[in-house]
Ligand binder design. Structure first.
Ligand code: NAG
Ligand code: NAG
Ligand code: NAG
Length: 384
């Protein structure tokens, strides 16, 4: 059969590879976890969870929430940081869902982590966004956690080295972006590097290019993921703003101290959405050459992807497309949530709903409320 359909070999390799490649965002599954990250549960239970009947939260995270080896190790060494990692998972998932809520691909697949659908494993544009927002959210959460004093190993940012522009002094407590980025690199980038190294080892000199294809691609995808992680962190760095506080007699601003504060996560999401729109497709084989030929500056800020995405109009499980049948659209809008765009030209149906509510409520005497019953008709539009 393989003689007759040689392309099948390619397809099988293709599918196999990409099912493996989203491994380092599986920790986003912590958005649903209710693990207790405390040392008590670990001390009672030094590494040998099964025997004592209680498991260390890091072992559970590895088994159930898709932590890979290096992440589980960091978890054990820095457990006090783990509740913040969990917060970051929620922040990343929520931001992604909010940013994409009006679009055909609406980030709902992030909810099924640690099981990832092909839209988030084939090195797509969507995957690029998710990597960037995850790395950004972890950086963000840790930077805040440091400044809020809830971590033992870090506190407020050190004062900026550049002299203040204006009549203020550096002071206050800046969000510790440096430490946040450092942690995000250890937790996410190191995991990705581990995958890349493993793939590199599987490239055998005596094999043909085709035989090595899977390992090479895996390594290249990891390199791209690392790049996208960096873009996410950079967006935060670029969004830093100066916040100030006045000191002085009765509200006068005789002395002003300022520090650098993070942008809002919504801003980070919006900025990354722009980068998603302008993301750049990379030829798999030539990633490293590509980097060399393009001017570094030009490429360094863009999100990168390998596989073209489907239009997400129709359901196709192989591509991780859920389709838009039944999605609520807006007849008057011109944006991506308009019925025309969201329903991909298939049309829509109008759902009329009657709402029965208590209304026009009035107080009688002191303590008695009387309402009328109102019926209102509302219309919804759903893609056919
Ligand atoms: C520690 O974790 C256990 C569960 O493993 C939980 O019952 C307990 O309340 C936690 N203790 C603290 C102080 O959070
Ligand atoms: C996102 O899209 C999926 C598939 O089209 C749909 O089932 C889900 O309800 C959507 N979520 C939101 C919040 O619109
Ligand atoms: C539909 O879009 C219009 C124009 O963007 C907006 O004013 C309106 O609030 C939207 N309707 C709903 C139900 O979201």
């Amino acid at each position: 059969m393989m003689d007759k359909y040689p392309w099948m070999i390619g397809c099988l390799i293709f599918v196999f590879l990409f099912i493996q490649s989203g491994i380092c965002i599986k920790w986003l599954s912590l958005q649903h976890s209710n693990l207790h990250w405390n040392l008590t549960s670990l001390n009672n239970n030094p590494g040998r969870g099964i025997r004592s009947g209680v498991r260390s939260p890091c072992a559970v995270a590895k088994r159930r929430y898709g932590f890979i080896k290096v992440q589980a190790k960091l978890c054990r060494n820095a457990m006090e940081a783990m509740p913040h990692v969990q917060t970051a998972a929620m922040l990343a998932a929520d931001t992604c869902r909010i940013v994409f809520k009006d679009r055909r691909w609406n980030c709902s697949s992030i909810t099924t982590a640690p099981y990832l659908t092909p839209d988030l494993t084939r090195a797509t544009r969507e995957q690029a966004f998710v990597y960037a927002i995850s790395s950004a959210a972890l950086t963000y959460t840790m930077a805040r956690a440091c400044a809020s004093g809830s971590l033992y190993h870090c506190s407020c940012a050190t004062k900026p080295t550049e002299p203040p522009e204006g009549t203020f002094q550096w002071g206050g407590c800046g969000d510790n972006l440096k430490w946040g980025a450092h942690f995000a690199k250890r937790f996410i980038d190191n995991a990705e590097k581990y995958v890349a190294e493993k793939a590199k080892k599987n490239v055998k000199r005596d094999n043909s290019l085709e035989e090595n294809r899977e390992a090479i691609l895996k390594n290249e995808v990891a390199v791209i993921n690392l790049h996208n992680n960096k873009v996410g962190r950079k967006v935060i760095l670029e969004g830093l703003r100066i916040q100030c506080k006045c000191h002085g007699v009765s509200g006068s601003c005789n002395i002003k101290t300022c520090w650098k504060a993070l942008p809002s996560i919504a801003e980070v999401g919006t900025r990354l959405l722009q980068k998603y729109t302008n993301a750049k497709e990379i030829e798999t084989k030539a990633y490293e050459q590509h980097i060399a030929t393009l001017k570094p500056k030009k490429i360094s800020d863009q999100l990168l992807f390998i596989s073209k995405s489907p239009d997400y109009c129709t359901k196709d499980e192989r591509l991780g497309s859920l389709g838009t049948v039944g999605r609520q659209c807006n007849v008057t809008s011109n944006g991506p949530n308009s019925c025309r765009q969201l329903c991909c030209g298939r049309g829509y149906r109008t759902v009329v709903e009657e709402k029965i509510e208590r209304c026009q409520c009035k107080y009688y005497n002191c303590c008695y409320v009387k309402c009328k019953v109102c019926r209102t008709m509302t219309q919804r539009y759903e893609c056919s």
